[in-house]
Design a binder for this molecule. Structure first.
Ligand code: SF4
Length: 453
C-alpha cells in the first residue's frame, strides 16, 4: 500500500527530463506523483528540490546529464537549491560511482523506485541538514512492469508516448540497455489498452508506441503477432486518430505486421527501424540478427506494399574494426536507399559491453569524419525529399500556435521531436486540430504549408 503523503504546498520541485521517449514516460509518471503529493512543480532548475531524470545509454548522454547536474550543484552552493536528486538510467548504471563523482547529490534513485519519488523527496527533505552521506535508492527494476497509467504529460496534450514493453532481450554488442533496463518484458495488453483509453479520454489523439524493441511485443507472453493484435485493439479506441510505431527491429518486421500497417487506417505508414549498419561482417560483430540481403528485401517489400511509406533509420559509424570499405558500403547504401530520415551516431566504447573489449577501436577523428560524410549525404537526400513535397496536399496535426501568426504541426511522416515539422503560414489554428494544407515551400528539413479552407 502506498504511503499517504502530506500536502507540501510550500516546497517547489524543479524537474529536468533528459533522454529518450522511454525516459519521458518515467518523467511523466514521477511528475504526476510529485504533483499529487502537493509539491509545486516547476521546469526551472532553481527550486527547493531539483530532480534530474537522466539517460546513461552512451557517453554523450552521460555528459549531458553531468552538465545539468553541475549547473544544479552551482546553484546549490549559492543557496538557491536545497536538495538535488538524480533519477533514471545514469544512477541505475553507475550506482555509487555517481555519488563519488558528484558528492553534492543528495539522493540517487534507480528505475525500480520511480513510483516512490514523492516519499523519497520527503525523506531527503527531512534528512539531517549536514548529513554527509547521500542516499541511494537503487533497487533494480529488471523484473518490474511499470504501470504508466498515472502520468502528467510534458508534451502537447494531444499526443503521447505509449510504452508497450520494458527492457530488451537482444544482445547487441555495443548496447548498455539490457544491463540498465533488464530483460525484455511485455506489458499486459489490458494494461496498455486501459492506459490508451485513459489518454484518449484526456484528449490524446496521436499515440506513439515506444519500447526498446517494439516489434517483439507479446513474444514473452506467448502471443503470436502480438503487435498486430495490439494495434488492432488500439484502433478500436474511437478518439484516437493516429497510431505510430517506433523502434521496430528490422528482422522482426514480418508480413503480418506490414499488412497491418498497410491496411489499418489509423496506423501511420511510418516505419522507424534502426538498422545500425549494412555490412554483414559488422552486423555480425554487432550481434545483430539482420543481414544486408534481408534489409534490402524488407525495404523493397515495404515500398512495394506502401509506396507512400516513410522510412526512418539509425546507424552507427566507427564500430571497432570498421574499414574504409565497410564504411563506404554503408554510405553507398544510404545514398541508394534514400531513407526519409536518419539518425547517425559515432560508436562509443561503453564499459561492460562486449564491443568495448574488441581490438581495432576506431580513432575519434575517423569516426567524426565518417559521421560528417554520412550526415551530409543524408542532409542532401532529406532536403531533396522535402522539395519533392512542394505542391502536395497533406493532413497536418497542429502542435503549437504562435502569437506571431505562425503555427507548427506535423503530417504523418513526421514523428514528434525527432523529425522535421510543418511550418503553417498565415493562419494559426488551435493545437490538437487537424487541418488540410498544401506544401508551398521548404526551409531546410521543414515543410512550409498553407491551410486549405
Ligand atoms: S535492440 Fe539492441 S540496440 Fe536496441 S535496446 Fe536492444 S540491445 Fe540495445
Amino acid at each position: 500500500m502506498r504511503k499517504k503523503i502530506k500536502p507540501n504546498t510550500a516546497v517547489s520541485v524543479g524537474f529536468v527530463s533528459l533522454g529518450c521517449p522511454k525516459n519521458t514516460v518515467d518523467s511523466e509518471s514521477m511528475l504526476a506523483r510529485i504533483g499529487q503529493a502537493g509539491y509545486i512543480l516547476s521546469s526551472d532548475i532553481e527550486a527547493d528540490v531539483v530532480i534530474v531524470n537522466t539517460c546513461g545509454f552512451i557517453a554523450p548522454a552521460k555528459e549531458e546529464a553531468l552538465d545539468v547536474i553541475s549547473q544544479a550543484v552551482d546553484k546549490k552552493k549559492k543557496g538557491r537549491i536545497r536538495k538535488i536528486i538524480v533519477t533514471g538510467c545514469l544512477p541505475q548504471r553507475l550506482g555509487d560511482t555517481l555519488l563519488e563523482e558528484v558528492p553534492e547529490i543528495d539522493a540517487v534513485v534507480g528505475l525500480g523506485q520511480r513510483d516512490t519519488i514523492a516519499e523519497i523527496i520527503e525523506n531527503v527533505l527531512n534528512s539531517q541538514k549536514n548529513q554527509s552521506k547521500p542516499r541511494s535508492f537503487l533497487q533494480s527494476s529488471a523484473e518490474m512492469i511499470h504501470d504508466d497509467r498515472n502520468r502528467l504529460l510534458i508534451n502537447p496534450s494531444h499526443w503521447a508516448y505509449l510504452r508497450i514493453s520494458e527492457g530488451c532481450g537482444r544482445k547487441c554488442s555495443f548496447c548498455t540497455i539490457p544491463a540498465i533496463r533488464g530483460k525484455f518484458r511485455s506489458k499486459p495488453m489490458e494494461m496498455i489498452l486501459s492506459e490508451a483509453r485513459q489518454l484518449a479520454e484526456a484528449g490524446v489523439i496521436e499515440l506513439n508506441l515506444v519500447a526498446q524493441d517494439t516489434s517483439s511485443y507479446g513474444r514473452d507472453l506467448g502471443l503470436k503477432d502480438g503487435l498486430v493484435t495490439l494495434i488492432s485493439e488500439l484502433e478500436k479506441i474511437e478518439k484516437l486518430e493516429w497510431i505510430r510505431l517506433m523502434y521496430l527491429y528490422p528482422s522482426a518486421i514480418d508480413l503480418p505486421l506490414i499488412e497491418a500497417v498497410a491496411a489499418r487506417p489509423k496506423v501511420l505508414r511510418y516505419i522507424d527501424m534502426p538498422i545500425q549498419h549494412i555490412n554483414n561482417s559488422i552486423l555480425k560483430a554487432m550481434h545483430r540478427a539482420d543481414t544486408k540481403e534481408h534489409t534490402i528485401n524488407l525495404i523493397d517489400t515495404l515500398r512495394k506494399r506502401m509506396p507512400d511509406v516513410i522510412l526512418r533509420t539509425t546507424v552507427i559509424v566507427g564500430f571497432p574494426g570498421e574499414t574504409d570499405e565497410q564504411f563506404g558500403e554503408l554510405a553507398e547504401f544510404i545514398q541508394w536507399e534514400r531513407f526519409d530520415a536518419l539518425g547517425g551516431f559515432s560508436y562509443f566504447a561503453e564499459s561492460g559491453t562486449p564491443a568495448a573489449t574488441l581490438p581495432n577501436q576506431t580513432p575519434d577523428s575517423i569516426k567524426q569524419r565518417r559521421l560528417d560524410i554520412l550526415m551530409t549525404t543524408q542532409q542532401k537526400i532529406a532536403f531533396e525529399k522535402a522539395k519533392e513535397m512542394i505542391g502536395k496536399e497533406i493532413k497536418v496535426l497542429v502542435d503549437t500556435a504562435g502569437a506571431d501568426g505562425f503555427a507548427c504541426g506535423r503530417y504523418y511522416g513526421q514523428a514528434p521531436h525527432i523529425d522535421s515539422v510543418c511550418i503553417i503560414k498565415n493562419t494559426a489554428p488551435p493545437p490538437g486540430q487537424f487541418i488540410r494544407a498544401r506544401v508551398i515551400d521548404t526551409q531546410d528539413y521543414d515543410l512550409i504549408v498553407e491551410q486549405i479552407q
